[in-house]
Design a protein around this ligand. Structure first.
Ligand SMILES: Cc1ncc(COP(=O)(O)O)c(C=O)c1O
Length: 427
C-alpha cells in the first residue's frame, strides 16, 4: 500500500494514496462503526467536497451542522494559522490561564441570551469540552448535582426526563437515555436515572415528574430522530413543567443551534428560555473539536468546583481561537438571517419538487434544516442516487433525506441541488 504520509508531494489533499488503498486501510485497520457512502473526500471548500479525480460534490450534510460557516471558512482558517504561526495554539496545562480561553468563554456566554432567569440575571457561564456528547455528559452532571444540592434528592436517585427518538451522542451514559436499540444492545450495564416520554407530548411529560426528577433534557427540534419540529407550545409546556416542579430545563442545540434553523438559537423560535444549553459542531466552524455547556452563572457556580470536572483538551487554545472566529463569522455574516431567508426559498422549491413526486411523504423543516420524508421509509436509496449526481446528503432516522448545507449556500448552488433533487425524486 502507498505510504499515506506523502504530504510534500503534489496531491489533491493529504496524500496520493488511491481511493482503493484508503477503503482497504479502513476495512483492515478501522472499526466499522459507520456505514459510509462510497466517497473519499480529499479537499473541502465552502459548500463543496472534492474527490481525487477532481469530481465535486455539493455538501448538503455539512458534517451534521459542524460546517455551518462553510468548509475552510477563510476567516476561521486565518485565525488558526495565526495561532499556529504565533505559537499560541498548543494545549497548555489547565493549571494556568490562557487569554484565549477567557475571551472565548466571554464571547459564548454573552452571545447566549440570559439563561435560567429564575436563578438571577448575573449573566451566563460556559464550560468547554471536546465534542457534543461530552457536553451532554456535563449537562447530566449539572442536572444531577442541582437535584442533590438544591432539591435535596438523595444522591444516586436523581432522574432526568428525556424524549423518545432523541439523539444526544453515544457514550454509555448518553445511550442509556436513548430509545434506539442499536446504540445500546450488548453495551450494558447502562446508566440509570432517565425517564423517557414521547417527544412533543406535554401531558406525558407532566405526568412523568416525581420527587426524584431534577431536569428535563430535550432537543428543541430533533435532528437524528427524523427532523421533527415539536408542535407549537411544546417547549413552553416544558418550561412550565420545569418551573412548577423546580426542574432544570436543558436544551441540546448541538445540531440545530448556531444559525442552522434560521435563528442563532433554535429556542428563539418559541421564545422559551432554558436553564442551560448545549452547543457543539459549528461552534468551531468544523475545523477543530469544541463544545460547551452554557448556563446561568449561579447554577454553574453551584455545581462545578475545582476537581469536579475537567478535560485536558477542553477549551485548549487552538479550539478557542477557532471558537471565537467561528462565532464572529456567524454574527458578522448574519448566517442565522441568511439561513432563514435562503432556507425559506429552498423549502418552497423542495415542496414544489415534492408535489410532482410519488415518493415524498412530507417536507418539513426550518431555516436550512429541511427534511424530505420518503414513503418507502428508505431515504438512503435516494441519497445514493444524489451522490451519483454530485450531492452529498444522508438520512435522518432512515426515512428522511436530510438537507442541511452550509449556511453560506448561494443561489447557483441551490439551483444545482434542486435540479438533482428533481432528477431523483420525480419519476
Ligand atoms: C442533538 C445532538 N446531540 C449530541 C450529539 C453528539 O455530538 P458529538 O457527535 O459531537 O459527540 C449530536 C451529534 O450529531 C447531536 O445531533
Amino acid at each position: 500500500m502507498t505510504d499515506i504520509n506523502t504530504m510534500n508531494q503534489a496531491a489533491l489533499g493529504f496524500s496520493q494514496a488511491s481511493d482503493k488503498d484508503i477503503l482497504d486501510a479502513e476495512q483492515v485497520f478501522g472499526a466499522h462503526h459507520y456505514g459510509r457512502l462510497n466517497l473519499v473526500v480529499r479537499k473541502t471548500e465552502g459548500c463543496w467536497l472534492y474527490s481525487q479525480d477532481g469530481s465535486k460534490y455539493l455538501d448538503c450534510l455539512a458534517a451534521y451542522s459542524a460546517a455551518n460557516q462553510g468548509h475552510h471558512n477563510p476567516k476561521i482558517v486565518a485565525a488558526l494559522k495565526n495561532a499556529l504561526d504565533g505559537n499560541y495554539g498548543s494545549v497548555i496545562s489547565n493549571v494556568v490561564y490562557t487569554d484565549v480561553l477567557g475571551l472565548f468563554l466571554k464571547k459564548i456566554s454573552t452571545l447566549v441570551p440570559q439563561l435560567g432567569l429564575r436563578f438571577g440575571k448575573e449573566g451566563n457561564k460556559a464550560l468547554p469540552k471536546n465534542g457534543g456528547v461530552e457536553s451532554v455528559e456535563t449537562a447530566v452532571k449539572l442536572a444531577r448535582y442541582y437535584g442533590y444540592k438544591s432539591k435535596g434528592i438523595a444522591d444516586g436517585k436523581q432522574e432526568i426526563i428525556v424524549a423518545g427518538n432523541n439523539f444526544h451522542g453515544r457514550t454509555i451514559t448518553i445511550v442509556s437515555m436513548s430509545s434506539t436499540p442499536k446504540y445500546k444492545e450488548g453495551f450494558g450495564p447502562l446508566t440509570p436515572g432517565f425517564k423517557m416520554v414521547d417527544y412533543g407530548n406535554g401531558k406525558q411529560l407532566a405526568d412523568a415528574v416525581n420527587e426524584n426528577t431534577c431536569a428535563i433534557l430535550v432537543e428543541p427540534m430533533q435532528g437524528e430522530g427524523g427532523m421533527y419540529i415539536p408542535e407549537q407550545g411544546y417547549l413552553k409546556t416544558c418550561r412550565e413543567v420545569a418551573d412548577k416542579h423546580d426542574l432544570l430545563l436543558i436544551f441540546d442545540e448541538i445540531q440545530v443551534g448556531l444559525g442552522r434553523t434560521g435563528k442563532m438559537f433554535c429556542f428563539e423560535h418559541e421564545n422559551v428560555v432554558p436553564d442551560a444549553i448545549i452547543l457543539g459542531k459549528a461552534i468551531s466552524g468544523g475545523l477543530v473539536p469544541l463544545s460547551v455547556l452554557v448556563t446561568n452563572s449561579a447554577l454553574m457556580d453551584m455545581v462545578f468546583k475545582p476537581g469536579s470536572d475537567g478535560s485536558t483538551y477542553g477549551g485548549y487554545p487552538l479550539a478557542c481561537v477557532a471558537g471565537i472566529a467561528a462565532l464572529d463569522v456567524l454574527v458578522d455574516d448574519d448566517l442565522p438571517g441568511r439561513a432563514a431567508k435562503v432556507g425559506a426559498v429552498l423549502k418552497k422549491r423542495i415542496e414544489a419538487v415534492a408535489a410532482k413526486s410519488s415518493h415524498v411523504k412530507e417536507v418539513r423543516g426550518r431555516g436550512l434544516f429541511i427534511g424530505i420524508e420518503v414513503k418507502s421509509g428508505d431515504a438512503m436509496v435516494f441519497c445514493r442516487k444524489l451522490l451519483d449526481l454530485g450531492v452529498l446528503a444522508n438520512d435522518s432516522h432512515g426515512h428522511t433525506i436530510r438537507i442541511s448545507p452550509p449556511l453560506t449556500i448561494n443561489d447557483e448552488e441551490m439551483d444545482y441541488l434542486v435540479e438533482r433533487l428533481e432528477k431523483v425524486l420525480v419519476d
